[in-house]
Design a protein around this ligand. Structure first.
Ligand SMILES: [Zn+2]
Length: 348
């Protein structure tokens, strides 16, 4: 058992199997770990304070359904809380990525009230349309990077079996209070409509902050309103909230939140300097990305970008492009060769 001091109160953490209980004044929270994909776990949080609310649901698959059922068994038998999946009335989706909303297609979750920011709700409103947009963006990114790879065997799925009419969709904005006074913090960066949610003395962080990984960055060119500049702004906003204990959608609890925020910001500042150094000579996006990861073999599972599956290449290109954009905005890099369709980045 662990104890945290946050927002002037104590929170007790107790783990049994794939469930972690957080006990605070007036609110009980269960984190149920479900496997969304092989080696990728989503923390599904169940908040009990008179209302029963999920914060994020995993990707829908046989293993995540099994993990969820096992979690409820543990909540009932080991923790003695008589709660059933059918009691959950609300689902808050922190952002529109599949490992956070995919389980909306699970029959046992249909019909609930679903809260999401309008900048990410289009993913739920029109999944196939969003998928086509995403694919177009990714094709453009590969082209402008100058890497000659095609979108073969990409990871996301084209169809999800749910219909928006099966849910009561509620769009939420920054500063809004929902359910039992939970406060919405709009934190664009990792996605346009990412939200964090303050519940009593805790902050639900979605993918905005993670305890080990630095959350993936996307460039504003594909996702206007996202980008590293906005992300760092959101990071400072959550750090300034005064909440010390953060519960993220993957990995472990974050404590204290402000220290982890500083660590993540420092990481990006260092990455920006390294990338600027690489641009002593004019480089394409693909060349900068390849050089950067060759210098950081601990960060990729291959010796060069050429050996990675295309969906991993896309993630790497997005991450590095978000940093290049930041340096261009700061006037520390210039862009040449735009006419050719494959821009090059050069340090000023
Ligand atoms: Zn995620």
């Amino acid at each position: 058992m662990l104890e945290f001091r946050t927002g002037g109160t104590n929170v007790l953490e107790t783990r049994v199997g794939n469930v972690v209980q957080y006990l605070a004044e007036g609110v009980k929270i269960y984190c149920i770990e479900v496997e969304s994909f092989p080696n990728h776990v989503t923390n599904m949080y169940l908040v009990l304070d008179g209302a029963a609310t999920f914060i994020d649901v995993g990707f829908n698959g046989p293993q995540s359904q099994k993990d969820l059922a096992r979690g409820f068994d543990i909540i009932n038998t080991s923790f003695g809380d008589g709660v059933d999946l059918a009691d959950v009335a609300n689902i808050v989706i922190t952002h529109g990525h599949g490992d956070h909303f995919g389980m909306l297609e699970y029959g046992k979750l249909k019909g609930r009230r679903v809260f999401i920011h309008p900048l990410d709700s289009w993913v739920i409103r029109d999944y196939s349309g969003t998928y086509q947009n995403w694919k177009r963006n990714m094709r453009e990114l590969l082209f402008e990077a100058g890497c000659g790879r095609d979108l073969d065997q990409i990871f996301p799925v084209e169809q999800l079996d749910y219909h928006i009419s099966e849910y009561d969709l509620v769009e939420v904005v920054d500063g809004q209070q929902i359910i039992n006074g939970y406060e919405v913090y709009h934190t664009p960066g990792h996605s346009l409509g990412e939200i964090c949610l303050r519940v009593g003395p805790l902050m639900f962080l979605g993918d905005h902050m993670l305890s080990i990984t630095t959350p993936h960055q996307v460039p504003t060119s594909g996702w206007q309103g996202a980008g590293l500049m906005n992300y760092l702004h959101s990071l400072r906003k959550v750090a300034a909230s005064g909440v010390d204990l953060g519960l993220a959608a993957h990995e472990n609890a974050i404590y204290p939140v402000s220290a982890r925020a500083r660590e993540i910001e420092h990481f990006h500042m260092r990455r920006l300097e390294e990338i600027r150094d690489l641009c002593r000579f004019a480089m394409t996006l693909y060349q900068v990305t390849d050089e950067y990861y060759r210098g950081h073999p601990e960060l990729i599972q291959a010796s060069s970008l050429d050996d990675l599956p295309v969906d991993d290449v896309l993630l790497a290109l997005e991450e590095i492009k978000a940093h290049l954009e930041y340096l261009v905005d700061e006037g520390r890099l210039c862009v040449t060769g735009v006419d050719s369709g494959v821009p090059r980045y050069l340090a000023i």
